[in-house]
Write a protein that binds this ligand. Structure first.
Ligand code: ZN
Length: 136
C-alpha cells in the first residue's frame, strides 16, 4: 500500500510511510476541512487526531532506552515544527546550534533514528549512524 501523503511505500498496515508523513497529512487535512467541513464528516474526531500526533512526536523514556551507550542523550523534545523538517536542515541545526543537546532538532533526529527503519531513514536522506546500521 502506498503512503497517502507522498506515494512512497507505506509501513505494514499503516497508511503512511513515516510518522512525519502522518503529521503532515493530518495537518493538511485539518486545513482543508475548514473549507470542506460542510460536505465532509470526518470519521476521526479532531481531538483524536491531535492526541495521536502528540504521542507520536514525544521522545518517551521507553524510546530513549533504546539509545546505545556512548550516544549523547537529547535533553529536549521534538515538536510539531521539527517533525516536518527535512533531514538536511535538521542536521544543519544540530551541527551549528550552541545548545544542540537540548535542542528540539537533536531530539527529533534521535526520535527518528530510534523509531524509523534504516530504509525509511535513507528515504528521508538522514545520515545513518553505525549503531543504527548494526541494530537493523
Ligand atoms: Zn510518505
Amino acid at each position: 500500500m502506498k503512503c497517502i501523503n507522498c506515494d512512497n511505500e507505506a509501513m505494514g498496515k499503516s497508511m503512511y510511510c513515516s510518522a512525519s508523513c502522518r503529521t503532515v497529512y493530518n495537518r493538511n487535512r485539518k486545513r482543508n476541512n475548514v473549507t470542506a467541513e460542510i460536505s465532509v464528516t470526518p470519521a476521526v474526531t479532531k481531538s483524536d487526531v491531535t492526541d495521536t500526533e502528540k504521542t507520536d512526536i514525544t521522545l518517551t523514556p521507553e524510546i530513549l532506552a533504546r539509545l546505545p551507550q556512548g550516544v549523547v542523550r537529547p535533553t529536549g523534545q521534538p515538536n510539531e515544527y521539527t517533525a516536518d523538517m527535512k533531514a538536511e536542515p535538521l542536521a544543519w541545526a544540530v551541527s551549528c546550534g550552541a545548545n544542540w543537546q537540548s535542542s528540539p532538532e537533536y531530539a527529533e533526529v534521535i526520535h527518528r533514528l530510534l523509531t524509523l527503519s534504516v530504509d525509511e531513514l535513507r528515504e528521508q536522506g538522514m545520515d545513518i549512524p553505525v549503531w543504527k546500521e548494526h541494530a537493523a
